[in-house]
Design a protein around this ligand. Structure first.
Ligand code: B12
Ligand code: SF4
Length: 528
């Protein structure tokens, strides 16, 4: 019985930007008795069905955007006699869909780290259940990724998770409902161990695949103090101290490492935290700005963000502390008006964000926005090819509409055109060149320009455009640029790179945490 793990995608680029982490984590959770799991990431190339034999187990991980392709794969491999198991956020939210449309024999809800060996055991014995609850695994049971299974020369960035869950409750986000609001911070040695593995293989850029790298804000501590809530205060302080400890350890890794994470804007008020980030080589962070008006923030339950000059100052603070910002903005909020688009572009420019993304409000399942929208459109939801748009992910890619949530005063086409206009303005050659002064040499500036253009091609054109000629042009460009860009990110492999000294010291001191080396051994043990 061979175990296959498939990351579905209807588009393949040959080269991927970020390693899809779940593939390598589930490979880590696959007991060695089943041999080497076969990893297929369709963002690189499509699954070759001839590799699937009757009796194999095919694990398919889906998010909403790639669910339909996942179902196609499920159907095809099931016809070949394979056992089909679905997991991932979308399967967690819609397990029945995977059974009905994806020919699933089993669906795993929640985290796969601990339950996966049991699923494989049942599959091998012929006692597979229809559904499994993976739940929210405690941080000390997170399985480390098996980076030795990475295909050579295919990815630009590694991905390592340091925390799951987010205490906020933004209306457009499903994370706090699926991963929970309690931050589950992973053991530091395990995190550092994985990063060392990646750097040994030449990866110096690593995305910290966290929901929110800053789960305890100063405001949270102040609130607990005001409430005289001693246990809560102690708990928050411990979480915060662990973050600093992690960053100290990241700072001991080779100085050419570059980390990128996702963080809330509140971190700008916490200068000690920003300084620790800089020392840890966390050089960039996606900051969810979302809206530049108080009404917009209210729309998305993000009252902890700022607007006006305070917003500009907060974003600048990151830069002043050596952390580049990828500002993430949402258009199509109920309070948005025509003027909001230019006002947003102004803020992005004035705040000195290094990159920006301008996404259109999409009601993702599992979110408060989705529930409200589904209830509002109800049974009368318009249909495309017979499929109600409240199940938009089931509409074939070529027909899938891009804007769904009705807006009180603007038509979808207007929102899309204005959003595209903001992308055009922010990524005009003149603006990109001006921003490129954040790096020094001419070569670095030119690289910055290419990267900005690539980002724009991969994101804006394919993400927003409905015009298929534009989409395929953007895809062609992305394909052409992707392979050469990979070389910009890779470094000379350091196969002999040792674990940072204090990792070993910490491991000797503590019998609770396993050392980085032991984590690798532990992974092998899980696998045996
Ligand atoms: C890092 C990240 C990214 C990165 C990297 C993606 C990559 N190549 O891996 C980037 C920045 C590129 C990205 C982009 C996007 N992302 Co994103 N991303 C994340 C994030 C923060 C972490 C994902 C991760 O690596 N987690 C670590 C792994 C180990 O966990 P996991 O994937 O959940 O897998 C576990 C379980 O789900 C389960 N499991 C997963 N698959 C399988 C399969 C089987 C068989 C089994 C048994 C179990 C199983 O076991 C795993 C281990 O416990 C998540 C948030 C989250 N909490 O999931 C959002 C998230 C997945 N992204 C989301 C979205 C919306 C997007 C974008 C569409 C954003 C946008 N507007 O463009 C794009 C789409 C990109 C694309 N086409 O794939 C949403 C998805 C919502 C949904 N319903 O689908 C999430 C949940 C965030 C959110 N705010 O709601 N993302
Ligand atoms: S802060 Fe980020 S991760 Fe947390 S709920 Fe809001 S959007 Fe989701």
């Amino acid at each position: 019985m061979t175990v296959h793990l498939v990351n579905p995608s209807h588009l393949s680029f040959g080269v991927g930007v970020i390693t899809p982490r779940w593939l390598f984590v589930l490979a880590g959770a696959t007991p060695a008795a089943y041999g080497r799991p076969q990893i297929v990431d369709e963002t690189l190339e499509a699954l070759d069905l001839d590799t699937i034999k009757a009796g194999d187990v095919v694990g398919i991980g889906i998010h909403t955007g790639n669910a339909l392709r996942g179902y196609e794969i499920g159907q095809s491999v099931s016809k070949r006699g394979a056992t089909v198991v679905f997991g991932g956020i979308h399967a967690t939210l819609y397990p029945e869909e995977a059974h009905e449309l994806g020919a699933a024999h089993a669906v795993v809800r929640g985290d796969g780290d601990v339950i996966w060996p049991q699923v494989l055991d049942h599959a091998a014995r012929g006692t597979l259940q229809r559904s499994y609850e993976g739940g929210r695994v405690d941080a000390d049971r997170f399985v480390a990724a098996r980076w030795e299974l990475l295909p050579e020369g295919r990815y630009m960035w590694g991905s390592v998770q340091t925390v799951r869950g987010c205490p906020k409750h933004c209306s457009f986000c499903s994370v706090w409902r699926t991963d929970g609001q309690k931050p589950r911070q992973r053991g530091i040695d395990s995190v550092v161990g994985e990063i060392v593995e990646l750097r040994r293989r030449g990866f110096r850029f690593v995305a910290l695949a966290d929901d929110n790298f800053y789960p305890v804000a100063l405001a949270d501590l102040a609130m607990a103090e005001r409430q005289n809530n001693a246990p809560r205060l102690e708990q928050l302080r411990a979480l915060r101290a662990e973050r600093f400890e992690l960053m100290e350890r990241l700072a001991e890794l080779p100085s050419d490492m570059v980390f990128f994470t996702q963080i809330t804007m509140e971190a700008a008020e916490d200068e000690a935290f920003l300084d620790a980030m800089r020392k840890a080589n966390i050089k960039g962070a996606l900051v969810g700005v979302e809206a530049v008006t108080p009404e917009g923030l209210k729309d998305v339950y993000k009252g902890f963000n700022q607007v006006g000059e305070a917003l500009v100052e907060r974003l600048r603070k990151f830069r002043e502390h050596g952390v580049h910002v990828l500002g993430s903005f949402i258009f199509g909020l109920p309070s948005d008006r025509a003027a909001t688009f230019e006002a947003t572009a102004d803020v992005a420019e004035r705040a000195g964000v290094t990159f920006a993304q301008f996404v259109m409000l999409t009601p993702y399942p599992g979110t408060v926005d989705f529930e409200a929208w589904e209830k509002r459109v109800g049974a009368d939801a318009p249909r495309v090819g017979g499929i109600p748009i409240t199940r938009h992910w089931l509409i074939p890619q070529a027909l899938r509409p891009k804007v769904y949530a009705p807006h009180p005063v603007m038509q979808p086409d207007e929102i899309r055109a204005r959003t595209q206009g903001v992308w055009d303005r922010f990524y005009s050659l003149q603006n990109v060149w001006a921003r490129s002064s954040c790096v020094k040499s001419l070569r670095s500036r030119l690289t910055f320009v290419v990267m900005s253009k690539l980002y724009r091609q991969m994101y804006a054109n394919t993400g927003i455009a409905t015009d298929s000629a534009r989409v395929s042009r953007a895809n062609r460009w992305a394909r052409l640029l992707a392979a050469p860009c990979r070389h910009i990110f890779m470094a000379k492999p350091l196969p002999d790179l040792a674990y940072p000294v204090s990792s070993r010291a910490a491991a000797q001191r503590s019998d609770i945490r396993v050392s980085a080396a032991a984590t690798v051994e532990a992974t092998t043990r899980i696998a045996t």
